[in-house]
Design a protein around this ligand. Structure first.
Ligand SMILES: [Ca+2]
Length: 249
């Protein structure tokens, strides 16, 4: 009895070994041995399925779209400084500083013959703009602004009373008493704001006994004035009015 069990176990072990090495298929022993053939060669790979093609196409489209519609990158670093530009066009001609000049310095050649009228200074030290008129004896303001005036007079033979006028009104007075045998001096200075058209002059006031303003070859009596600074606001307004006037013509 023990021997038959041992033989059965031995046969079973041999079958298991052949089954593991491929020489035995798990069927009836005899039938399986008749059906078993040799292994064929590996077939060619089949065509790609429709689903696989669509997926690959969609992947490619998405790749192109991401490459095209990617998010905007950060700003790059500033580039190098460029070359200097060409010079600009020549500007319009400005107003010359010379146009804001106004000054004069005049004197007498003879004693003043008349009183209560403008003294006519007929000796010219400086009158480039011709703003002092020796015919009327008056300074004529052409540039609105602030002016400085001064006069230095020789007084001889009698007293002198002199007034500086602005537009028919005396604004400053000087009185010198003459002493027999002396040659005196009378002087004055002031600052005035003038508008265009204003006039300034010197004039002896009172009777002839106060007409001692004198001059000869060795004694001068002078009257001087100059623009300290112009009134730019008034000049600009005048320039605009002139431009409008020119435009209308
Ligand atoms: Ca005196």
């Amino acid at each position: 009895m023990k021997r038959r069990r041992w033989q059965s176990l031995r046969v079973l072990g041999q079958k298991l070994a052949r089954l593991m090495t491929g020489s035995l298929v798990p069927c009836g022993w005899e039938e399986c041995q008749a059906l078993q053939g040799t292994m064929g060669t590996q077939g060619e790979m089949g065509e790609m399925g429709t689903m696989a093609l669509e997926e690959r196409k969609e992947i490619q489209v998405n790749q192109v779209r991401r490459a095209r519609d990617g998010e905007k990158g950060d700003n790059g670093a500033p580039g190098p400084r460029g070359f200097p530009g060409n010079p600009g066009l020549k500007g319009a001609q400005g107003e010359s500083a010379l146009s804001y000049h106004s000054s004069f310095s005049v004197g007498l050649t003879d004693p003043v013959p008349a009183t209560n009228v403008p003294i006519r200074f007929n000796k010219f030290f400086h009158n480039e703009q011709h703003h002092y008129d020796d015919v009327s004896g008056k300074f004529h303001c052409s540039l609105p602004g602030v002016y400085f005036f001064t006069y230095h007079l020789t007084v001889y033979t009698k007293d002198a009373r002199v007034s500086l006028f602005k537009n028919d009104k005396p604004v400053m007075f000087t009185y010198d008493q003459y002493h027999e045998g002396n040659v005196d001096q009378a002087s004055g200075a002031l600052i005035l704001r003038l508008q265009s058209g204003d006039e300034v002059w010197l004039q002896i006031y009172g009777d002839e006994e106060f007409g001692g303003v004198y001059a000869d070859n060795t004694n001068d009596s002078t009257f001087s004035g100059f623009l300290l600074y112009p009134d730019m606001g008034e000049l600009e307004a005048r320039r605009r009015r002139h431009s409008v006037g020119v435009g209308r013509h």
